[in-house]
Design a protein around this ligand. Structure first.
Ligand code: ATP
Ligand code: MG
Length: 562
């Protein structure tokens, strides 16, 4: 797989848009109807977001509609929790389905159509074991062999199929197969299975059914029932298209029938994207849940502080292609930075506090300094920061023995406190073990930001907080969940899990204004990145997730090592 950032320019039509425009121009369709058909067996991931943006985006652009259809044909893996989360995620992304349907709504119609196929001699009940059926399929270069059940007369098949339906046979005892062509070069056409027996409780149909349709049987037929015009799926379904069309033809569905189109699925670096693998991460507790901010699910991105706009813009930018590729995770990060830079208010937070005592500042004095909430947004207003004798700065912003060109604080050096004053470090206070516990500094009253008459020159600007009113908070810093670019290509993807993907700062200090925030609110912590209020927050203790750093430090690391 190649790594590729540019698959389509935003102005040009993608190949599916070209098809849609041609179909509308020729009068084949007056309106388009697309669908997003998730199986409710897990939470949606960012790959699904690409499909949602494509399907709903097409309808929006061409005045059509999009259905949300739960492909709930496998009762064993599906749950209502997943159904609810999927609908939430679609809406959060900014789309409202024209209809919410379930493939299980169509079980009666699918059953009636199966009877039609059996009557027409185009389907039969097969009692061969799964292994025998697989053997009889042949190989891509050798034709398959006919099942001994292939020529059972239709009346007998009708009777057997009825028995399957009413639960007369145990699970796996037999299947219903389409009777197509055991010599077809397309393996999917070699008498594919349409129904299997499962005595399982279904989240919607309960215990009504003992047989459940296979994907190929349910999918195209559901598209027909809904009148879908463009049925868009990922590339691995290309070989299914012939069967999709064959089944529609046998049933005599009147034109215009739905047409299947395939596009490349989204693959992201340092990410696994299959629900099966994501479920493993959750079940085996490599993460805290489906919405753990290290997961690539839509709910995790939401919890981490991503906006719907950033994900839609990302989907638009990667476009729709016909060949598989691997998109850089940093491209997704670019879009959230770009969006939050405009929207997020700036706040000061100190993750690893080091106390600074301004020795020439009166003990009980507090003064209020004004600073902009967001220089990128003129409507964002200003806020007041307390300045007092005791402050906090980042431990990282001080070095006792600095290398050349270190522009932050060190003994004898000066630095500007952002939106405040210039300070000079006079001495370092240490405990008995030699650990630095505080800095003693002096400040220059005439160096106040915006009114600086001091004539002093400094190169470094650092953020800070007044110890008098700073509040404690927990800050969770995330790194990528996998150490390798393409974890799904590894023999065991879990071997490449990054052991340092979560770093919890238990005792960060933040501006007092950040004590009264709502879950989901995002801020830029000056110099540190974008942060979002986590639902784990309590009134006494706010928890922040780092959404993304300010700069792409990882890309820088990579160029350094080249
Ligand atoms: P997974 O393999 O992750 O379980 P899936 O394809 O089985 O995914 P579905 O719930 O069947 O998941 O998918 C719903 C829709 O989302 C389908 O149309 C599918 O093609 C699309 N989709 C799934 N994964 C991706 C992806 N990585 N990129 C783009 N579209 C995707
Ligand atoms: Mg699937």
């Amino acid at each position: 797989m190649s790594t590729d950032k540019s698959t389509a320019t935003p102005e040009s039509l993608n190949f599916i848009e070209e098809i849609v425009e041609a179909d509308l121009a020729s009068g084949k369709h007056r309106h388009i109807l697309t669908r997003f058909p998730p199986e409710p067996n897990g939470y949606l991931h960012i790959g699904h977001a690409k499909s949602i943006c494509l399907n709903f985006g097409l309808a929006r652009k061409y005045g059509g509609k999009t259905n949300l259809r739960f492909d709930d044909t496998n009762p064993v893996t599906e749950e209502t929790e997943y159904v609810d989360s999927i609908l939430d995620d679609v809406r959060w992304l900014g789309f409202e389905p024209a209809n919410i349907f379930y493939a299980s709504d169509y079980f009666d119609q699918l059953y009636a159509w199966a009877i039609q196929l059996i009557r027409d001699g185009k389907a039969y009940v097969d009692f061969s074991s799964p292994a025998t059926i697989a053997d009889m399929k042949g190989t891509p270069t050798e034709p398959g062999t006919d099942s001994p059940f292939r020529n059972t007369p239709p009346e007998e098949n009708l009777d057997l199929f009825e028995k399957m339906k009413i639960g007369a046979f145990p699970d796996g005892h037999c299947v219903l197969r389409a009777r197509i062509d055991m010599a077809s070069p397309n393996m999917h056409m070699r008498d594919p299975i349409l129904y299997r027996i499962k005595h399982a409780h279904h989240h919607r149909t309960g215990d009504k059914w003992n047989i459940y349709p296979m994907y190929d049987w349910a999918h195209g037929q559901s598209d027909c029932i809904e009148g879908i015009t463009h049925s868009i799926c990922t590339l691995e379904f290309i070989p299914h298209r012939e069967l999709y069309n064959w089944l529609i033809e046998q049933l005599g569905i009147p034109a215009p029938v739905p047409h299947q189109y395939e596009f490349a699925r989204l693959n992201l670096t340092y990410t696994v994207m299959s629900k099966r693998k994501l479920l493993q991460l959750v079940r085996e507790k490599h993460v805290r849940g489906w919405d753990d901010p290290r997961m690539p699910t839509i709910s995790a991105y939401r919890r981490k502080g991503y906006t719907p706009e950033s994900i839609r813009n990302f989907a638009q930018r990667i476009g729709v292609a016909k060949r598989e590729n691997l998109i850089e995770l940093s491209l997704l990060e670019f879009f959230i930075r770009e969006d939050l830079n405009k929207k997020a208010q700036r706040r000061f937070a100190v993750l690893h506090p080091l106390k600074v005592v301004i020795t020439n500042y009166p003990e009980d004095q507090v003064e209020w300094l004004e600073t902009e909430n967001n220089p990128e947004d003129e409507h964002a207003g200003k806020r007041q920061l307390a300045f007092s004798r005791e402050l906090y700065i980042e431990q990282d912003d001080f070095m006792e023995n600095p290398p050349p060109k270190y522009f932050r604080l060190s003994p004898g050096s000066m630095v500007r406190l952002k939106s405040a004053f210039i300070i000079k470090c006079d001495s370092v206070v240490k405990d008995d073990s030699g650990n630095i516990t505080a800095l003693h500094c002096t400040y220059f009253p005439e160096s106040r930001s915006g009114q600086d008459t001091s004539g002093l020159k400094t190169q470094g600007v650092i953020h800070w907080l007044s110890a008098s009113n700073a509040k404690q908070a927990e800050v969770r810093l995330y790194d990528r969940l996998f150490r390798v670019e393409d974890p799904a290509a590894e023999e065991d993807f879990k071997q490449s899990i990054n052991p340092d993907s979560l770093h919890v700062v238990e005792q960060a200090m933040v501006e007092p204004a950040l004590a009264a925030v709502r879950t989901g609110e995002t801020f830029q912590f000056t110099r540190l990145g974008y942060f979002c209020v986590d639902p784990d927050s309590t009134p006494d203790r706010i928890v922040f997730n780092r959404t993304v750093t300010l700069k792409d430090t990882w890309a820088k690391e990579k160029t350094k090592s080249v």
